[in-house]
Design a protein around this ligand. Structure first.
Ligand code: SF4
Length: 456
């Protein structure tokens, strides 16, 4: 029987199947952060249960951390308490923590891959919906709730029902100025913000294969924004060369053994999907959202649709049947687990080198991890940003969500490389326009929504 990539990994991790019910799924890696772990730790303590396999858990502080002056105590009380409770819990339960000040600290979905902790064929969970990012390596990776975090801590297993499977093929060559973020915004606009509900998505096709690992992570990251349980891409030479030599990737004979296993991870010819879609890469232009969910997106040269949700437009202060190009913006945020990796920063730097930011915008560049920040400094990218008038901050989730000090003020427009444009996501009444790092970079220079194709 031909099998899908998902089925090959799933079948190897099923400990037990309950007749007519969910399966008990073994979990290889469990990432935790300060927001969803405290209740799980205290739940276990109340019941006197020890962590079953603490060495398979990796913790970092990301959501609540400030991105300026990280050496100082955190000013916001709730944030300070949450980060401190993570430190205390990890110490008490012998969990590896890459906390503030650690050279590996960063956004959980950035550090896992860059350290080689995320590997093909694994099952990976985290109490965070964008855990789907790790699927870019050919892993089954998905977000779980707080009670499930507790379940995994106690048993290293999770009760899960097998999702339906969808394959999305993107075939052909991408146009100039179109990158992975545009592909995923296009897919979500095409099938809607709920179009993949109940499915686990495999991305395939020549345009997907041509992407770097960073680009693939951007795609899988946003799977959740169309309702999917997760997203994945079959590992290939791009995956293997990204992983080789990374801190926690297998080494020597173990690498050879793993590599042979990983090369079997693909959907067999004739494998069955519950739904399959094929899209033409050449039809994709630089994308931008105009509304309050990631499915409300259009090509940057297009008009806001006449059918757009009036409530979303009222929140955004935009009108149907008008172009989005030329709309003035106030903030540019380049960061988040979608687009804060070194490749994103390099791309932005290559465009802005020798240019200056527009007077009407404030530009925040937030690296996804301490390692990304240090690499950017080694490459002189920080100087390019400083010359352009951009501020390179310190690693964290930052303005991706209004849970720390980095909030976009009410009523202001922010072009953001993050993944959610929900009402209030970047701060109360902030207005978010999701776009690629390139589209964000051109907005930083022009002070408005602009078409990157006219500048490169
Ligand atoms: S960057 Fe945003 S989406 Fe990603 S983990 Fe942090 S808060 Fe969640």
């Amino acid at each position: 029987m031909p099998n899908t990539l998902f089925e090959k990994i799933w079948d190897r991790h099923v400990v037990k199947t309950i007749e007519g019910g969910p399966s008990v799924l073994y979990i290889d890696r469990h990432f935790i952060h300060e927001v969803t772990s405290p209740q799980a730790f205290s739940g276990l303590e109340k019941r006197g249960i020890e962590l079953f396999r603490p060495k398979q858990i990796v913790a970092t502080a990301d959501h609540n951390v400030p991105t300026l002056d990280q050496h100082l105590p955190i000013k916001e009380e709730l944030s300070r308490l949450q980060v401190q409770s993570l430190v205390d819990n990890c110490r008490k339960h012998d969990v590896e923590l890459y906390g503030l000040g650690h050279p590996y600290q960063g956004i959980v979905h950035v550090i896992g891959p860059e350290l080689g902790i995320t590997q093909p064929g694994m099952t990976i969970v985290c109490g965070d919906s964008h855990t789907s990012t790790h699927g870019a390596f050919g892993a089954i990776a998905f977000g779980i709730g707080t009670s499930e975090v507790e379940m995994v801590m106690a048993t290293q297993c999770l009760l899960q029902s097998k999702p339906k499977l969808m394959r999305i093929n993107v075939e052909g060559k991408l146009n100039k100025g179109v990158i992975s973020k545009d592909i995923i915004l296009y897919i979500i606009a095409h099938i809607s913000a709920s179009g993949a509900t109940g499915y686990f998505v495999e991305y395939a096709g020549s345009a997907i294969r041509s992407l770097s690992m960073e680009g693939r992570m951007t795609i899988c990251n946003m799977s959740i924004e169309m309702g999917a349980r997760g997203g994945m891409i079959a590992p290939d030479e791009t995956t293997f060369s990204y992983l080789e030599g990374r801190e926690f990737a297998p080494k020597g004979a173990q690498w050879d053994k793993k590599l042979a296993e990983w090369k079997q991870l693909y959907s067999d010819e004739g494998a069955r999907f519950d739904r399959e879609i094929t899209l033409d890469a050449a039809a994709i232009e630089p994308m931008i959202t105009y509304g309050t969910n990631p499915g409300m997106g259009i090509g940057v040269s297009g008009q806001i649709p006449a059918s757009a949700d009036p409530k979303a437009l009222a929140y955004m202060g935009l009108q149907a049947d008008t172009p989005i190009k030329g709309k003035k913006v106030d903030y540019v945020f380049i960061g988040s687990c979608t687009n804060s990796r070194i490749e994103d920063l390099r791309l932005v730097a290559s465009f802005v080198k020798g240019r200056k930011k527009a007077d009407n915008v404030e530009v925040w560049i937030v690296p996804g991890s301490k390692q990304v920040e240090q690499q950017a400094i080694r490459e002189g990218i920080d100087k390019v940003f400083a010359d352009a008038g951009f501020l390179l901050r310190q690693p964290g989730c930052s303005a991706c969500l209004g849970m720390n000090e980095d909030k976009i003020p009410a009523g202001k427009y922010c072009i953001s490389t993050s993944n959610r444009n929900f009402e209030g996501r970047q701060g109360p009444n902030a207005r978010t326009l999701l776009a690629s790092p390139l589209t964000a970079a051109v907005a930083a220079i022009t002070g408005e929504v602009a078409d990157i194709r006219e500048y490169i």
